[in-house]
Design a protein around this ligand. Sequence first.
Ligand code: NAP
Length: 228
Amino acid sequence: MAIKRVGILGAGKVGIVLAGLALKAGYEVRISGSGSVEKIALTIKTLVPGAIAAENKEVVENSDIILLAIPLSRYKNIDASLLKNKLVIDATNYWWETDGIREEVLDPDSTSSEQVQAYFNGVTLVKTFNHMGYHNLQEEARPKGDPKRKALFVTGNNHEAVDEVAAFVDSMGFDQEVHYDLVDGIMTEPGSPLFGASLNHEDLKQIIDHFDETEFGKKIAASKLKHA
Ligand SMILES: NC(=O)c1ccc[n+]([C@@H]2O[C@H](COP(=O)([O-])OP(=O)(O)OC[C@H]3O[C@@H](n4cnc5c(N)ncnc54)[C@H](OP(=O)(O)O)[C@@H]3O)[C@@H](O)[C@H]2O)c1
């Protein structure tokens, strides 16, 4: 499927930056917040002119790919059937300051993206854009081949969808380290040396290849939050 229209759920820091990158890459962009269009219309017009402010339903119905850019603890506020049959990028992380106690919002024994995938029945989920800070996403996007280009980790269970999202990430200005297992998203979550870092592909891959030797990797290995 050729991606032409990008839908972003979440008009906060990361949603707005991703909207700007998508516009720059030539996509048609729709973006929503938790409430009415009026609540975000001026912000969108000012910060990302050209993006269309809308409500969730309109965003989803008119987009080829959806970016989930909301606080993780809020995903169940979205109707589970709304995203059915959609290709969805999960850019969310569990972040205790925003989301509260992990056990209260997530099953302690599986990764957040697995739980998002399970909730949105019929969705093809790929995790990326989650581990780089929004200001780095904004400032570090570069054309392919630029020696200063940074990389993002991309992973999901559906091979074809992961490759499609990797191509999308490329168009947004980043190299990609591609895996084919959604559980591997844990390697990019808060606590990982990758989280909040802005690295080129080689340095990012180095951390992933030696993940089990990192303090976070050892913690994950001792928990039930396994990666592949
Ligand atoms: N900040 C970063 O550097 C960064 C980088 C990568 C990934 N992330 C992840 O991206 C997600 C968003 O982070 P953020 O920093 O952008 O948060 P933020 O600035 O607080 O923005 C969150 C946005 O999500 C909206 N929202 C909440 N519930 C919604 C719903 N049910 N439907 C549609 N929109 C909804 C909020 O709308 P209202 O204001 O109307 O509630 C707000 O526009 C988090 O999971 C975070 O871990 C953040």
